[in-house]
Design a protein around this ligand. Structure first.
Ligand SMILES: Nc1ncnc2c1ncn2[C@@H]1O[C@H](COP(=O)(O)OP(=O)(O)OP(=O)(O)O)[C@@H](O)[C@H]1O
Ligand SMILES: [Mg+2]
Length: 424
C-alpha cells in the first residue's frame, strides 16, 4: 500500500456498471441523490484503458463485482466487509460523524492489522453511500476505479471499499482538518490566513495538474471547496472522483457527457453543450480561487440578486487594484499581500474566461501561485486597509460590521454561512 510503489495495472474488465453517458441533459443536474509530475514520491500514472461498464444490471451481483475489483487491485485496495466497517465506526455512530454530502454520511474510524495483515494502524474516513438508483453505484465504482489507480500526495488516498448486497462504502485516509469549505464558510471557524489560502490553492492545483498531465488526461469535473480536504499541515488533497471522466482520445477535442456537477462551479460551455474538456476544470479552479480571495461562496442565494453568482459579481472588481480591496475577504483584515491578491485576481479572471482556449493550463497556474508565496506587502501595513477608528487596530469583528458604514466605500460585508447551493 505504499504510494511510491508502482504496481502493474490489470485492466478492469468487469461488467459492473455503465458510465458512458452520451446523452446531454440540459437541465444541469447531479444524478446522485444531491451531491509534469510534481513529486518525486509519486508513482507514474498508469496508462488507462477507457473503462466500459457495460452491464448495469449486475448492481445486485456484489460477489461478481468484488471478484473483479480484487483481481484488478489486489493488495492495493482492501476489500472490507460491512460488519468490519460497522466495528471500526461504532456502528456508524453519530459521535463519529465527520460530515454529510449528497451521497451519504462520512464517519471516522480506526483500522489496524487486526483487521487485515499488514494494514497500517491509522484513522480513516468511512463514506456510507446512499445509493438510490444506479447513478449512486456508478459513482461508487468510478471512485474505486480512479482513486484505486491514481496515487499522488494531493489526492486523497483510498484505502479500501465495501460492496455487500445493496451497500456501497468507501474507506479513505482521514483528513484531520476536514474540507476547505468548512474553513472558509463556517461561521465559527477561524479565518484562514493569506499564506494558508495560497498553500491550499497550490496543493489543490498540483492535484489537478497531476490528473490533467496524465498520458490520458482525467477530467475531475467536481472541483469545489467541499472536495478539497486538508491534512494537519493544511496540505490540500482532492477527494470525490465519482464524476471523474477520461479525457478525449485521438482527434476528439472534448468528451460529450450528461451535464453533472455543482452550480456556480461548472464551466458555462459545459453546462450549455455537455462538451467536457480539462478546461472545464480550469474554470472551476478559477471559481475556487475567487472563493479563497473573497470568502464568498460560488453561489449564495442569501445575498442580493446581483451578488449571488460569485463570478458575475466579482468580475468588474478583478482588474482594478483600487476596487480589488472591496472584494478581498474582510476576515483577512488587511493581512494579505496587495500584489499577491492582484495577481491571484488576474489569474482567477483568466481561469473563468468564457472562451476555454483563453484559460491557462495547470502548470502555468502553479507557477504563478508559487511566485506569490514570498510576497510580504501586506495591505494593512502599506495603508491599503483602513484601521478601525474605535479600537485603533484591524480586526475581523470590526469588518464583520461591514465596511460601508466605516466609510471604506465597499459594499462588502462579512460572509454569512449559508446552505450550499447545488443541483440535486
Ligand atoms: N477523508 C476524509 N477525512 C475527513 N473528513 C472527510 C473525509 N471525507 C469527507 N470528509 C468530511 O465529510 C464531509 C462530506 O463529504 P462528502 O464528500 O460526502 O460530501 P460533500 O463534498 O460535502 O458534498 P458532495 O456530495 O457534493 O461531494 C466533507 O465536507 C468533510 O468534512
Ligand atoms: Mg465531496
Amino acid at each position: 500500500m505504499e504510494d511510491s510503489k508502482s504496481k502493474p495495472w490489470i485492466p478492469f474488465t468487469a461488467n459492473c456498471c455503465s458510465v458512458e453517458d452520451h446523452s446531454i441533459c440540459r437541465n444541469f443536474s447531479r444524478c446522485k441523490p444531491s451531491r509534469s509530475d510534481f513529486s518525486k514520491n509519486v508513482a507514474p500514472l498508469p496508462s488507462f484503458r477507457r473503462l466500459l461498464f457495460s452491464d448495469l444490471s449486475t448492481r445486485s451481483n456484489s460477489t461478481r463485482i468484488n471478484e473483479d475489483l480484487q483481481q484488478s487491485f489486489g493488495q492495493d485496495l482492501y476489500d472490507f466487509q460491512l460488519s468490519e466497517l460497522r466495528g471500526v465506526t461504532q456502528n456508524f455512530s453519530s459521535n463519529f460523524l465527520l460530515g454529510e454530502g449528497g451521497f451519504g454520511t462520512v464517519h471516522k474510524g480506526y483500522v489496524d492489522d487486526s483487521l487485515r495483515p499488514g494494514l497500517k494502524a491509522q484513522a480513516v474516513a468511512v463514506k456510507l453511500l446512499d445509493i438510490e438508483g444506479l447513478q449512486g453505484h456508478r459513482e461508487w465504482l468510478a471512485e474505486v476505479i480512479f482513486l484505486g489507480q491514481l496515487r499522488h500526495p494531493n489526492l486523497v488516498k483510498l484505502i479500501g471499499y465495501c460492496c455487500e448486497d445493496e451497500e456501497r462504502l468507501l474507506v479513505y485516509e482521514f483528513m484531520p482538518r476536514g474540507s476547505l469549505e468548512n474553513h472558509l464558510f463556517k461561521r465559527l471557524s477561524v479565518s484562514l490566513p493569506w499564506c494558508t489560502r495560497l498553500k491550499i490553492a497550490i496543493g489543490a492545483a498540483k492535484g489537478l495538474a497531476f490528473l490533467h498531465g496524465a498520458e490520458k488526461p482525467v477530467i475531475y469535473r467536481d472541483f469545489k471547496t467541499s472536495n478539497i480536504l486538508l491534512d494537519s499541515d493544511f496540505n490540500a488533497k482532492l477527494s470525490d472522483f465519482g464524476l471523474a471522466k477520461m479525457g478525449p482520445e485521438g482527434s476528439n477535442t472534448h468528451v460529450t457527457t450528461r451535464v453533472m456537477g455543482t452550480y456556480g462551479y461548472a464551466a458555462p460551455e459545459y453546462v450549455n453543450t455537455g462538451h467536457l474538456t480539462t478546461k472545464s476544470d480550469i474554470y472551476s479552479f478559477g471559481v475556487v480561487l475567487l472563493e479563497l480571495l473573497t470568502g464568498r461562496r460560488a453561489m449564495d442565494k442569501t445575498r442580493p440578486k446581483d451578488e449571488q453568482n460569485l463570478v458575475d459579481w466579482a468580475k468588474p472588481y478583478l482588474t482594478s487594484t483600487r476596487r480589488l480591496r472591496c472584494l478581498v475577504d474582510p476576515r483577512l483584515a488587511g493581512q494579505y499581500s496587495v500584489k499577491g491578491a492582484k495577481e491571484m485576481a488576474l489569474l482567477a479572471l483568466q481561469c473563468v474566461s468564457l472562451q476555454p482556449r483563453d484559460r491557462p493550463k495547470m502548470p502555468a497556474i502553479i507557477e504563478t501561485l508559487e511566485s506569490l508565496q514570498h510576497l510580504r506587502d501586506m495591505a494593512v501595513t502599506s495603508g491599503q486597509w483602513p484601521v478601525s477608528p474605535k479600537s485603533g487596530k484591524n480586526n475581523a469583528a470590526y469588518y464583520a460590521k461591514g465596511r460601508k458604514e466605516s466609510g471604506f466605500g465597499c459594499k462588502n460585508s462579512v460572509v454569512a454561512a449559508s446552505p450550499r447551493i447545488k443541483s440535486k
